[in-house]
Design a protein around this ligand. Structure first.
Ligand SMILES: Nc1nc2c(ncn2[C@@H]2O[C@H](COP(=O)(O)OP(=O)(O)O)[C@@H](O)[C@H]2O)c(=O)[nH]1
Ligand SMILES: [Mg+2]
Length: 322
């Protein structure tokens, strides 16, 4: 299941700056393989996931495939977009296709960056709330139906250290509208040129620990009530030796409440057709027991039928008739 998130917001809110930072985190070619064309306005990024990293360390697969989210930079929202102003119609058509919306709101002050609709100082709380209303009204009038939304307050790099004020803004937006977080799109753009150590030092200088982009990716994923399950594709050589190794560890997304047969269909339509049973273990138990072979010997791998409700972080091996 591929999840797509549209980035919207008023002109000069910082959408493209944020998008560029996401592009820098695009998945490597192999992992992006299911996506035949890479669109200039689309960035397929991996969902940060400690479990799949640990699973890979345990199994040493030839390939590790993360769950992913596609972010789409959707330009063209201005006041009157629902009547076709600006790129209104194109804008609405694109936004209807996405699963969730990242709503970028300008929370930075910069006299050099213009604001089309400001009645207060751009970046002030009053203007932030007004900007949100303008965008949400256009979405409502354009009949975009209650799609899950995350508000991203795009703050100045120098303001990031002033935590209390930013937190106050985030809480105000959260209370009134829903899920919200603060990001400095400019910092995220700067971070993309740094190696991991430089990145950590830079973040530390700014007094923050986690890059805002990671938080945004994780939150977007959670917003849709998706859970993750893992599959290990056995390498034929290792499997025949009974070592239970794998040549590909894959994280996959499904809606919470999905059954084993639905999960099988996500892996391969033939898997659903030929479904016999599922061998299941939680990722933490698999890591504790030290591998599939040990886990089976200790009786930790359960046999489940087609109606089993998949739990978040299950590792599943499907037994199928092909
Ligand atoms: N000072 C400052 N300027 C920013 C920030 N984010 C974006 N900008 C600037 O604002 C302008 C518009 O940004 P852009 O990402 O193109 O906005 P978009 O119209 O929403 O795509 C550009 O000149 C950016 O460099 C920020 O956090 N601080
Ligand atoms: Mg733009």
């Amino acid at each position: 299941m591929s999840l797509s998130v549209g980035i919207v917001g008023l002109p000069n809110a910082g959408k493209s700056t944020l998008f560029n930072a996401l592009v820098a985190r695009r998945l490597a070619e192999t992992a992006a393989r299911p996506f035949t064309t890479i669109e200039p306005h689309e960035a397929v990024v991996a969902v940060p996931d400690k479990n799949i990293e640990e699973l890979s360390r345990l199994i040493s697969p030839e390939e590790t495939v993360y769950a992913n989210v596609t972010f789409i930079d959707i330009a063209g929202l201005v006041r009157g977009a629902h009547k076709g102003e600006g790129l209104g119609n194109q804008f609405l058509a694109k936004i209807r296709e996405v699963d969730a919306i990242t709503h970028v709101v300008r929370a930075f002050k910069d006299p050099n960056v213009s604001h089309q609709h400001a009645t207060h100082e751009p970046g002030s709380l009053d203007q932030i709330l007004e900007d949100i209303e303008i965008v949400n009204l256009e979405l409502e009038l354009g009949e975009i139906k209650g799609k899950p939304m995350i508000y991203v307050l795009n703050v100045n790099e120098s303001d990031l250290a002033q935590k209390s004020q930013i937190e106050d803004f985030v809480i105000r937006v959260k209370d009134k509208y829903g899920e919200a977080l603060a990001i400095s799109a400019k910092i995220e753009e700067d971070l993309m040129d740094l190696n991991p150590i430089e990145k950590r030092d830079y973040l530390r200088q700014l007094g923050v620990h986690e890059s805002g982009l990671e938080k945004l990716i994780k939150k977007s994923y959670e917003l849709l009530n998706l859970i993750t399950f893992y599959t290990i594709k056995p390498s034929s050589a290792k499997a025949s030796e009974g070592r239970g190794g794998g040549n590909q560890v894959t994280a996959r997304s499904i809606k919470e409440g999905s059954t084993a047969i639905e999960a099988a269909a996500v892996v391969h339509t033939d898997f659903a057709k030929g479904f016999i049973k599922a061998e299941v273990i939680s990722v933490s138990e698999l890591l504790e027991t030290g591998g599939w072979h040990n886990a089976k010997e200790k009786g930790k791998v359960r046999l489940e039928g087609r109606d089993y409700v998949v739990q978040d972080r299950d590792v599943i091996e499907f037994k199928v008739n092909t």
